[in-house]
Ligand binder design. Structure first.
Ligand SMILES: Cc1cc2nc3c(=O)[nH]c(=O)nc-3n(C[C@H](O)[C@H](O)[C@H](O)COP(=O)(O)OP(=O)(O)OC[C@H]3O[C@@H](n4cnc5c(N)ncnc54)[C@H](O)[C@@H]3O)c2cc1C
Ligand code: FES
Length: 269
């Protein structure tokens, strides 16, 4: 039986108190908040909508993946890049500030059984949802190889945290890590070793499209976490749809995703 997606965990509002905001390299931040009910309800691959400003500016909340959870301490962490108005506002929150958080949202990664072999592939900020997944799979005695890629060494996010759950391999486009190239180069190399049960991936669309092709050619099941611009996050506005690969219809990234089987969606653009 497949597990990994908790059922019955309806999204709810959390007034999440900021515990820590750590500035990492490349405009990236690790934000940890106190949200015990969210910590208990969420599963890897799901996301939350974070209020990112005063009442109406910016109006829309921003979707961020759940990066790390400590159920005992009631803490949830987010790994994000401060790029536009909302995430820049978020990066200025400090200990004691309260952030409105709606979650858990969406459908996360699926897994079944124990003792399997998983390949986790994160390009840049694509590392964000994979740490929580690595923690969960390692707890089920999966053997994991975690591939992280970035333009530079600074773009390889939280390598020490990932190393606790599997074998970490990194690659950079500028060669500032021992291996120079793209995350796809690293993936192709690893695939030659064989024996993989599932590939789990998150990153830019171009990378996910290549992984779709690899999964189709090799028959190795892959799950990809897809991003789209979002408004409601609850499946009501249809602002986040992408095309279904199996019909002429559409799938809502916030509801049927953000994690899809690689063959389930057409990644246009
Ligand atoms: C399910 C999901 C999980 C995500 N997880 C993470 C994460 O863990 N870490 C991280 O750094 N980023 C993540 N993103 C992307 C993140 O939501 C956007 O970078 C962020 O919303 C941009 O907001 P802004 O205020 O910085 O930029 P602005 O440009 O001011 O945002 C303008 C509008 O565009 C939307 N938007 C802009 N870029 C994106 C995008 N790539 N995806 C979706 N909406 C976008 C915003 O929600 C907002 O409504 C995720 C996106 C989705 C859909
Ligand atoms: S964001 Fe409204 S349906 Fe997905």
């Amino acid at each position: 039986m497949e597990t990994g997606r908790k059922t019955g965990a309806h999204p709810s509002e959390h007034a999440a108190g900021v515990l820590e905001q750590i500035a990492l390299a490349s405009d990236c931040f690790l934000l940890t908040v106190a949200a015990p009910n969210l910590a208990r309800a969420v599963s890897p691959g799901q996301f939350a909508l974070l209020g990112c400003g005063t009442v109406f500016d910016p109006f829309l909340r921003r979707p961020l993946s759940i990066h790390q959870v400590d159920v005992e301490r009631g803490e949830v962490s987010f790994l994000y890049r401060a790029k536009g108005a909302g995430t820049q506002w978020l990066s200025q929150r400090r200990r004691g500030d309260v952030i409105p958080v709606l979650g858990p949202l969406g459908r996360g990664f699926r897994h079944s059984g124990s003792g399997k072999k998983g390949l986790l592939v994160g390009a840049g900020l694509g590392a964000a949802p994979l740490l929580f997944l690595a923690q969960e799979l390692a707890g089920r005695k999966w053997s994991l190889v975690i591939l992280l890629g970035g333009r530079t060494k600074a773009g390889i996010l939280r390598p020490d945290a990932f190393e606790r759950f599997g074998t970490l391999k990194t690659i950079t486009e500028d060669g500032s890590t021992p291996k120079k190239g793209t995350i796809i180069d690293l993936l192709q190399e690893e695939l030659k070793k064989g024996g993989w049960d599932t590939i789990y991936a998150c990153g830019p669309r171009a990378v996910l499209k290549v992984i779709q092709g690899i999964s189709c050619r090799t028959g190795i099941p892959a799950q990809i976490s897809v991003e789209e611009r979002m408004a409601c996050g609850l499946g009501a506005c249809l602002g986040c749809v992408c095309r279904s690969a199996h019909s002429s219809g559409y799938l809502r990234v916030c509801k049927e995703g953000p994690v899809f089987d690689a063959g389930e969606v057409l990644l246009d653009g």
